[in-house]
Design a protein around this ligand. Sequence first.
Ligand code: NAP
Length: 341
Amino acid sequence: MEKIRVVLYGVGAIGSNIAKLLLTKEGVEIVGAIDADKNKIGKDLGELLGTGKRLGVIVSEDSGKVLSKACASVVIHATSSRLQDVYPQIAPLAKFGVNVISTCEELSYPYGSEPELAKKLEALGTKYAMTFLGTGINPGFLMDTLVIALTGVCQKINSIKVDRVMNAETRRVPFQKKVGAGLTASEFREKMKTKIISGHVGLEQSIGMIASALQWELDKIIVEPVEPVVAKQAVANEAIKVKKGEVAGLRQTAKGVMKRKPVIVLNFQAYIGAKEEYDAIAIDGVPPIHEKISPCVHGDYATAAIIVNSIPKVINAPPGLATMKDLPVISATVEDMRKYL
Ligand SMILES: NC(=O)c1ccc[n+]([C@@H]2O[C@H](COP(=O)([O-])OP(=O)(O)OC[C@H]3O[C@@H](n4cnc5c(N)ncnc54)[C@H](OP(=O)(O)O)[C@@H]3O)[C@@H](O)[C@H]2O)c1
């Protein structure tokens, strides 16, 4: 069987991690790379990734040209979070009959937030016999797919609470900036207003996916405003300095409300100096479930992994728009990737 041919669309921080992981795998090869960044266009992918050897894959800004030559089975897409931005990038890929797996948070469960675009993607997938999937660590796994899997052993569920607490000190500097670390409270609010800081994208989608799996008809989903977490003590290292009283990061909560009760509550926190990093899922039900992963799962490694590991499942999926709750359980692909097809 021929190797699985993959095109990368977006070779930023996450796209590069995905590419490096793919290069370690058997049974799969990167046959094209697309990016809009002028500093990347025209460069060999291997050089761009710093692997020290050329791969013969030149980064191009023209997705049509790349796809018409690539004979690819899958495009791995990692550019932006909002489906309104991403739709014009991924919709034209359908006609090449290539499957699209994207880190776009709003694509993970777009039926509530972008119902029209979800319908269009479903129709394109069906027409061209290909599948779209949005996934990642969160949304895509920790606050939705894993929760849904745990409900599988419940006879009854009253409510669900999920916490993800990350110590931003252990993360990339762009991530620390994204959560506002080192800003004053007023700078933070200004950046919120101008949308330079947007908080975590995906809480609404995760709640939508869980509710859909349980067939719960929610009255509404409330995504509360992003709040700054203020540093109780100064933190300084080579990468970042946060003085006492400055912003250390952010927190955000979203609630799925049914019959006027919050039945699904997701609580996301990412800030410098978090004493404990963890992912916790509490299901108030029969039996009650308290699952805690400590330290929390590292998002950069895990996102690259889940994207790569989903390749065989997406190739085998029915055409249309897939979500993580509909695909078979995704496992690690530690052997030749073709064995999982
Ligand atoms: N679901 C999850 O769990 C999860 C996890 C991690 C990341 N994500 C999301 O994945 C996305 C990518 O993350 P990242 O950290 O890799 O971002 P990044 O470092 O900014 O990389 C994105 C890359 O895509 C390029 N790009 C942007 N628009 C493009 C377009 N229209 N056509 C071609 N290339 C384009 C960017 O070029 P320019 O720099 O020139 O714009 C950049 O090189 C983000 O939205 C992030 O929030 C999701």
